[in-house]
Write a protein that binds this ligand. Structure first.
Ligand code: 7PM
Length: 289
């Protein structure tokens, strides 16, 4: 399994790590890291990207809109002013796939022109003009499921069967993408852990992960440091690492191919151990060793 990400190839035989690089002044776990006196420090963001790459990230996901529950969206220009300088600096200096975490069609187009290799849209290309802009870039797109929008999504999430609704949503978006000229070979599916879901909904999505994997596109899971871990385990930040790693391990064992995380080195260790004990031994059994 391989994705063509602009000029780079992403190999997904073993899961790849997508590292979070947040350029918002206010994200819940890592915001404001690259701000000094209210100004974005692009060199600090580039240094962080370099460290994430050294730790083993295959993809660096640059976002400028905080989608934390209750968050108010920044203006389109504000979001572009945060994200584009960082995308430009990483693309010009590092050998890594840059993904842009955005729903904004203009930002998709401009980030692609600067060398971005992937689009990550928590609104699954539902904004006006997003399908067309994404199609034009030729880049792979991650389609994430969200119920509602960030300002209100955690108020009262409701589903009859969450895994069925998410799967039906993927069918709809796969069809919309196909009609816009984005084939399934360019798509990544993400159940959107924490986006308009209760803890029970999130756990059901983990339980039924295989249903999403069976659709044939690589599945991406982002659970790192999320508040569900806080509630389930009684852990505030910064004590959510073990919970995050355990969820990442479960996601990988159920077939997820891209893990969106903050703690790259630790996540790579769990991927390697699972790979060594799992696929390696299966390979050697098949080989008769
Ligand atoms: C609160 C909740 C604050 C969630 C920040 C977040 C995902 C994503 C984000 C995800 C994909 C975070 C998130 N989460 N994109 N963007 N999948 N594809 O943890 O789960 O950074 S924002």
């Amino acid at each position: 399994m391989q994705l063509t990400c602009g000029t780079r190839l992403l190999d997904l035989c073993t899961p790849a790590i997508m590292a979070v690089l947040n350029t918002t002044p206010d994200s819940f776990s890592d915001g404001g890291l690259f701000y000094h006196q209210g100004r974005l420090q692009r060199d600090a963001a580039l240094a962080r990207a370099e460290a994430l790459l050294k730790d083993g990230a295959a993809i660096i996901d640059v976002g400028g809109e905080s989608t934390r529950p209750g968050a108010i969206a920044p203006s389109s220009q504000e979001e572009m002013d945060r994200v584009l300088p960082v995308v430009e600096a990483i693309c010009a200096n590092l050998d890594v796939i840059v993904s842009v975490d955005t729903s904004n069609p203009t930002l998709m187009t401009e980030a692609c022109a600067l060398g971005a290799g992937m689009l990550n849209d928590v609104r699954a290309l539902t904004r006006t003009g997003a399908l067309e802009a994404a199609a034009q870039t030729g880049l792979p797109v991650c389609l994430m499921h969200m119920q509602g929008d960030p300002s209100s999504m955690q108020a009262a999430p409701q589903y009859s069967r969450v895994e069925r609704e998410v799967r039906d949503f993927f069918y709809d978006r796969l069809a919309a993408c196909k009609a816009a000229g984005i084939g399934p070979e360019r798509l990544i599916l993400d159940p959107g852990i924490g986006f308009g879901k209760t803890d029970a909904h999130n756990l059901a999505l983990f339980e039924h992960m295989n249903q999403f994997v069976d659709l044939g596109c690589p599945v991406l899971v982002g659970v790192s440091r999320k508040s569900m871990i806080g509630r389930l385990l009684g852990r505030e930040l910064p004590d959510r690492l073990a919970g995050s790693l355990a969820f990442a391990a479960v996601a990988m064992l159920r077939g997820a191919k891209i893990l969106r995380v903050h703690d790259v080195a630790a996540t790579l260790d769990i991927i390697r151990v699972i790979d060594l004990t799992h696929s390696q031994s299966q390979w050697s059994i098949r080989r008769g060793a």
